[in-house]
Design a protein around this ligand. Sequence first.
Ligand SMILES: O=P(O)(O)OC[C@H]1O[C@H](OP(=O)(O)OP(=O)(O)O)[C@H](O)[C@@H]1O
Ligand SMILES: O=c1[nH]c(=O)c2nc[nH]c2[nH]1
Length: 193
Amino acid sequence: MKELEERIRKEGTVKEGNVLKVDAFLNHQCDVALYDAMGAAWAEHFAGKNINKILTIEASGIGMACVAARHFGNVPVVFAKKAQSINLDGDQYVTTVYSFTKQREFPVIVSRKYLGPEDHVLLIDDFLANGKALHGLIDICKHAGATVEGIGIAVEKGFQGGGDQLREEGYDVDSLAIVESMDPTTGDIEFRH
Ligand SMILES: O=P(O)(O)OC[C@H]1O[C@H](OP(=O)(O)OP(=O)(O)O)[C@H](O)[C@@H]1O
Ligand SMILES: O=c1[nH]c(=O)c2nc[nH]c2[nH]1
């Protein structure tokens, strides 16, 4: 998606440790018009798929998933929680995911009330790096008997391999920008086309 690539080039910064910082518009300060264009792009890619729910993971996926839902007939958005809470009741699907930015494992929790065998799910997230978060969400869908219809990602870091692994596993992954390489010394970013 040209608009997203341009924003990454203009406002993104490359940090040591394979970190691309895009918090000026994507995952701290949120450009809602950009989110809307991203939602439209995913809706075009997944047109014809019977999607009745969007599943994401806190925190950064939530905003863009909610805006994207407007392009999928206002389907409900469920976000997996990364901590137990007294506000979470009843039966839950639970798995564990290693967080790329926080560098530790988190429980990933979805209430059984909000995901089941009747669900045809679009997974959405801001970043796809090693694929840990997505595999956690897929794991939860498997436990729930839900069908994963596709995966919509804003920024995939192609060089970390998580996206290609998911494609090899047969998932339809639509990443709106795929970073093929990035250099923290020069700040250069190359995209895959
Ligand atoms: O493909 P992966 O290697 O799993 O990396 C991608 C995940 O990393 C980030 O989550 P993180 O837990 O780092 O932070 P967040 O709270 O900002 O969503 C991002 O939001 C994705 O969920
Ligand atoms: O802001 C972010 N930048 C990244 O490079 C990244 N990788 C996973 N999750 C990420 N979030």
